[in-house]
Design a protein around this ligand. Structure first.
Ligand SMILES: [Fe+2]
Length: 201
């Protein structure tokens, strides 16, 4: 899985800043990531749904992902009461490939997969590390406080600079994302802009 992610990121020049998060990371003892609130095995029971939403460019990686995802440690990033948005607690799952307590260590970044069911709202949040979402399957609407709302889908890359407010919403499709953070304070959870977890207009 690590090699697949590395090969994919290597194939696009836009990822050059993020490759150090994946290159040459020595294997460390696995454990529960700091971000993981609880096991998300129930959420990923439907993950085969992402097979049909890949683009020509991402299809092979999605196929290999589906063959191997049982080896990944899936978790819910948020808990009841967090203002993260509709469905974030019980209809999303994430895993870490690199970073603290993940199978591979990296000094300056962390990366993993993120799976969201349809009709999920991820409210406006911010974090110090700069972030990319590489969309492997599906489509969603993405927002940040500079560009506003726009739609992106399989094969697209969404970049969130450090501390920018950003949000997203899935509608009729599930989405599978390869995400990476680079920067400082990698173990710190995002902060939220709206106490009630509402999406920006
Ligand atoms: Fe983010």
């Amino acid at each position: 899985m690590h090699k697949l992610a590395h090969d994919y990121l290597s194939s696009k020049p836009e990822f050059s800043d993020f490759l150090p998060t994946l290159r040459g990371a020595p294997q460390t003892a696995s454990g529960n990531p700091e971000l993981g609130a609880k096991n998300a095995g129930d959420v990923v029971a439907s993950i085969e749904d992402v097979r049909g939403g890949a683009s020509n460019y991402t299809k092979e990686l999605v196929q290999r992902f589906l063959e191997n995802h049982h080896d990944l440690d899936w978790w819910n990033a948020y808990k009841e009461g967090d203002p993260a948005g509709k469905g974030m607690v019980d209809r999303t799952a994430g895993c870490l490939l690199t970073g603290e307590a993940a199978p591979f260590s990296a000094e300056r970044g962390c990366a993993g997969f993120f799976y969201l069911h349809p009709n999920v709202e991820y409210s406006a949040h911010a974090h110090e590390p700069s972030e990319i979402y590489v969309i492997l399957s599906g489509r969603a609407r993405f927002w940040d406080d500079q560009a506003g709302w726009r739609e992106a889908g399989a094969g697209d890359i969404v970049h969130m600079p450090s501390m920018i407010w950003h949000a997203m919403e899935t509608r009729e499709y599930p989405i599978l994302i390869l995400w990476a953070w680079i920067g400082n304070n990698l173990g710190k959870k995002p902060i939220f802009r709206d106490n009630e977890g509402k999406l920006p207009q």
